[in-house]
Design a protein around this ligand. Sequence first.
Ligand code: PHE
Ligand code: ZN
Length: 850
Amino acid sequence: MTDTAIRLADYLAPSHLIESVALTFRLAPEATRVLSTIRFTPNKARPGSHDLRLDGENLTLIAAAIDAVPVTAEPDATGLTLPWADLPEGPFTFTAEVEISPATNTALEGLYMSNGMYCTQCEAEGFRKITFYPDRPDVMAPFRVRIESDMPVLLSNGNETATGPGWAEWTDPWPKPAYLFALVAGDLIAHSASFTTMSGRPVALNIWVRPGDEGRCAYAMDSLIRSMRWDEQTYGREYDLDVFNIVAVDDFNMGAMENKGLNIFNSKYVLALPETATDDDFARIEAIIAHEYFHNWTGNRITCRDWFQLCLKEGLTVFRDQQFSGDMRSHAVKRIEDVLTLRARQFREDGGPLAHPVRPEEYVEINNFYTATVYEKGAEVIGMLKRLVGDDGYARALDLYFQRHDGEAATIEDWLKVFEDATGRDLAQFKRWYSEAGTPRLKATEDWADGVWTLHLEQVTPPTPGQPLKHPKVIPVALGLLNGNGDEVLPTTVLEMTEAKQSFRFDKLATRPIPSILRGFSAPVILERATSPEERAFLLAHDTDPFNKWEAGRALAKDLLARMVTDNASPGPDWLDALARVATDDSLDPAFRALALRLPGEDDMAQTLHASGITPDPARIHAARRQMADALARRLQPELAGLIDSLAEPGPFTPEARAAGRRALRLAALALVTRTDGGLRAAEAFRSANNMTEEVGALACLLDIGRGQSELDTFESRWGKDRLVMDKWFSLQILYAAPEATAETTRRLTDHPAFDWKNPNRFRSVIGALSGNHAGFHHASGDSYRLLADWLIRLDPLNPQTAARMSTAFETWARYDADRQALIQAELDRVLAAPGLSRDLAEMAERMRR
Ligand code: PHE
Ligand code: ZN
């Protein structure tokens, strides 16, 4: 593995730059011809006599020439080298004609077909499957593209500059790296709108979908318009082409892609009607539309020098889409949800064999580094920077970033330098957040004497693969102090921790304060502090910081659940009463109350137990969590019916946050009622539901108590033709299967005629759900481990990227007992022994193997 690794330290500037690119596509399913004309010029930043290496994979070379002189060099498996001796001294024109086969491209990288339409995916290294090219982000060029095809709609990047029967020409004036190239050709219909930018330029907006889906685009379009306005108002960033196109495709490995002027989306994140999409779907559509749109400045106008800098665009763009969603919805609720995801995905990754820095230093396959660490921790790091330099400093730094680096391929060093130059701060120590992996543990203890309260903090980051030793990081710790009446005696103050151990003094206090530490989750760390249940209940009732208020309830539940698992404790009145008060407090946002009622997940609990030195038993965690839900259901029983009725939404469905929050609380209450009424109310809610949130929510309640068979049948006959809705039908049955029935249920569903395993969404909704059922996946028989490995081995030859992603289900093996460890290791070995294993899956399995 190490011999094929690519290293940041080995970076060399490109030997040649590109002045312009012209491409012609003659589309045919199994024999598309791609003609390219590329104007190269030697790169002055890399003097010397260099061969020109062009990347190229799975291409049939028909002809190539340099300034009309035929090229005699033969391509190898990964590209074509043009020897220095054959290159003219100054600029020259390279032309090539190649043949490719989109119809047989199952990896969904490069040019491929989905439901009869042509589309592309070039990030990270897909352009090399389209033609010979220096496929690296620091080579930027303006593109002109001619598409020849009978398909009615022909799209590429930029503006349409000419068109005729059977062809269209697109010109993108903005220099871009090849990974942002896109082409679409198909029988599509547009949902259109227009936007006028802040300087008065009109922009045509189109969302292109398959005929029949045009009625499901309104929410995505509305989200796009709000994103465009928000980026003008918040970051001063204006759109820069005459048209912005979005295309929805059914076969897509990821969520969406920010190709210049032509975003391509997984249809799951575009198409939505109240009857087909849940509130979570709506929220995700809003966030992803915004994310891809925001990339136009953070990613496209300023791109990455190399793939090690991926967090430069992704961390920043996630941070921006989180800000946007907070502004559109509720900052408090958004923050809690983001931290839940961060802990579930990134802390999990950071604590296991796949841990890597936000800016990795080596990789074998770059597709394996589109991770929670690069994206979500990358966004947290920017949040910390903003907290440290303040809102004004952040705004000045971002203005400088856009001004200084527009049109460039930049690095994390460039990014930090604009903060240093704009604010005068030295960020040398802060940079460790980019270079060191692992989640710091922050231990807090306190002293109280003579009106002086002292907070002692100690930070320790455990070793991660390849990084045994860690250094102290800059940790912004947002702190507030309350007195015994719940009054705030110290409003939120950001302490800057820079040492391994540090103390902070607060004097002139009348009584011993109750601290609220790490407000708003001001740093991505694990806070360790011995706290009594009384104190947690007090903070749950009184903390003025909504995140820490929720966190107190969460910690209370986790402490209890841990004691139930390890000591057979049972839920006592302290937790039950505290939670009941929040659930029924009408002065609180229903969305917040719904989050407070959500019990800690089983995987989360396994992670927490492991972090405190206890080997988690998945079956016990599962049983204890159900017992906890039962106790809560009994305690709240007198209130639940009233709560459900009071939250009924009069009037037509709206996806906005207020209404969604009420539905979330209503469903949380319904889930509890279901545990005491045998499913009566949930069955009724399923029958009367007029939106997917409630339909699927009620169905989940029933499945959770082992019922809902007839509802599943009704659902299937109602939605059998709707791919996106049927994905929910598949995954629900697996997520709610009993531990001993999870593998069997999954196996049965893989035999269902609608299980199209080559479609990534469907594969994820079934095989992805298998590992989403914690107790079922980790069932002691090892059946689920085997089933997952079987499917990884089967999918890998067709779609290595999705197979490699899904293999991360095994990343937590070290948490569990010796038997489970051995079972998982055996499956990883079986994967590694599969003939013709892809580089993607091989790298993942090797990193996870003991
Ligand atoms: N750049 C895309 C995004 O985050 C993600 C992506 C990566 C999509 C690789 C496809 C392939 O917005
Ligand atoms: Zn992105």
